[in-house]
Design a protein around this ligand. Structure first.
Ligand code: FES
Length: 75
């Protein structure tokens, strides 16, 4: 992640219901969290009024993006 992307991630919401920023989710994935449940355990996201519809979708997108990058790097 570039510095500019990191700054933007620090500003963006990750889990609106719990008030947790996007960068916390990205850090959890970078540290090895591979499922929504693992990210939720590390960051405290989920369980809000939307029942993780918003942050769950965001985490799935980030995990898929990480998988695509890892596959591309292995080729
Ligand atoms: S945005 Fe995370 S529980 Fe609603």
């Amino acid at each position: 992640m570039t510095t500019e992307e990191e700054i933007r991630a620090r500003m963006k919401p990750g889990c609106i219901c719990k008030g947790i920023k996007l960068h916390r989710i990205i850090e959890a994935i970078d540290q090895g969290a591979a499922t929504f449940e693992e990210v939720a355990e590390i960051t405290g996201i989920g369980g809000g009024s939307c029942n993780a519809k918003r942050c769950g979708r965001k985490v799935r997108e980030l995990l898929q993006e990480k998988d695509r990058i890892e596959v591309a790097v292995k080729k």
